[in-house]
Design a protein around this ligand. Structure first.
Ligand code: HAM
Length: 423
């Protein structure tokens, strides 16, 4: 029979790599949690119009990358291509903005964009995102950036760079867009590109074609048009980033792929990933809530690409920290019931334990212990049960030491240096 394959271009994770994926994702989530962000669990599909209005008609995401379908009731739904519009929808729908501000939430899950698949670019991919809604304060901009930066540092990444820009306030963009449109009127564009520029002239900076790139190289730059207020906020953001020791460069030509951005915008790029360098990005979106039918409230957030961050960790040769996987693998020799009982006791104390099942001979069971990636292994035969003493073997060095069964849990907890972090 023909075997099934996953749909083209999706990312999926299974053992052993899924443990690394889990570690990367949990590290990012933890960085958000320590800063007071709480979970938001949202549907994977929403009303199509939420995205066309929220993300913007001029964006590639809305124009050609949405997975849109009609449900059985004839409604047009779309698999979420990003998380911010859905968070805004939920905040407005459930009146979260009527309580304590800012609303600080994080989310984690699969997102869908019908892009051309390549290394690091998938049609289903994973993001962890955060949003802080309801307070316009450069300190929140910096807090959001710091959550991402801490996660990267915690993971041990070093070959990444934070790029920041300011897209200014409404007045900034009015003044700037007038100039930009005047400039665009002087260059010749094909009909489709001209139509796109009509919707949002900023999109032309995003165009990958060399001829458009060169036409746009002399275009006016938004940052030269910042109002006094916007310039002040942007200066404050830079001052605070320096204060917190977060390195950055200013990229005045950054164009985010989604239309809702205002003010501070940023991207994290990694140098070892080939074409898809963006490991995360975000920014302020002060008009979005009103645009989606809510009150005039500001917001800022980011989306980090978990798939790409995992690739970045692998490219930098970062190993899974010891203690994140299994702590102990038990090899029973005719003592299956006792081994399971001991495993369950240890598991109840937060120690990560696996054991050999079935009638595996010693050799096969030892192989399983090797493959398990456990930090320690031990053989449990009739002798060990009778004497109450086992040889605890450290897998990396091959060194064994005698430990009594009654002291085993205590001994493992002592030895596992980062015990507690993963339990
Ligand atoms: P975004 O820049 O479109 O922003 O996506 C954020 C991150 O998701 C990217 O930097 C990248 O790492 C990852 N990503 C995007 N598309 C793909 C793909 N096809 N395959 C693999 N990874 C991908 C947003 O989505 C905004 N909602 C972020 C945000 C939140 N802004 C404010 N709040």
């Amino acid at each position: 029979m023909a075997r099934f394959q996953a749909p083209k271009g999706v990312s999926e994770y299974f053992p052993d790599r899924s443990t690394y994926f889990d570690y990367v994702r949990s590290t990012i989530i933890e960085s958000a949690r320590v800063a007071g962000y709480q979970l938001m669990e949202l549907p994977a599909f929403e009303d199509t119009e939420l995205f066309s209005r929220g993300v913007g008609e001029s964006t590639d995401v809305v124009r050609k990358e949405m997975y849109t379908f009609e449900d059985r009731g004839g409604r047009s739904l779309t698999l979420r291509p990003e998380g911010t519009a859905g968070v805004m929808r939920a905040v407005i729908e459930h009146n979260l903005d009527r309580g304590q501000l800012p609303v600080k939430v994080y989310y984690s899950g699969a997102f869908f964009r019908a892009e051309r698949p390549q290394a690091g670019r998938y049609r289903q991919f994973y993001q962890v995102g955060i949003e802080a809604i309801g307070v316009a304060d450069p300190r929140i901009d910096v807090e959001v950036i710091a959550v991402a930066d801490r996660a990267f540092k915690e993971l041990g990444l070093s070959k990444y760079q934070l790029e920041i820009t300011s897209l200014g306030d409404v007045l900034t963009r009015q003044n700037y867009l007038k100039e930009l449109r005047a400039y665009i009127a002087t260059i010749s564009l094909d009909d489709e590109t001209a139509a796109r520029a009509e919707l949002n002239p900023l999109r032309l900076f995003d165009d990958k074609r060399a001829e458009v790139k060169s036409l746009m190289s002399d275009a006016p730059v938004l940052m030269d048009f910042l109002t006094e207020e916007s310039a002040k906020d942007f200066a404050k953001v830079q001052e605070l980033l320096r204060l917190l020791g977060i390195d950055f460069v200013i990229n005045p030509r950054m164009v985010r792929g989604l239309d809702y951005y205002t003010g501070t915008a940023f991207e994290f790029v990694h140098s070892e990933l080939g074409a898809q360098t963006g490991i995360g990005g975000g920014g302020r979106y002060d008009g979005l809530m009103a645009q989606l039918g809510g009150q005039e409230l500001s917001g800022i957030g980011f989306g980090l690409g978990v798939d790409r961050i995992l690739l970045a960790c692998e490219a930098e040769g970062i190993a899974l920290p010891e203690g994140y996987g299994l702590d102990l693998f038990i090899v029973p020799l005719g003592t299956g019931d006792a081994a399971l009982t001991i495993a369950e006791e240890l598991r109840g104390r937060g120690i990560h334990v696996d054991l050999a099942f079935g009638d595996k001979a010693l050799k096969g069971a030892m192989k399983s212990a090797d493959r398990s990636g456990a930090t320690y292994s031990m053989v449990l035969g009739a002798d060990e049960l009778e004497s109450g003493v086992v040889a605890l073997k450290e897998m990396k060095t091959g060194e064994s030491s005698s430990v009594t069964l009654s002291a085993l849990a205590h001994e493992l907890i002592e030895r596992i240096s980062n015990f507690g972090e993963h339990s």
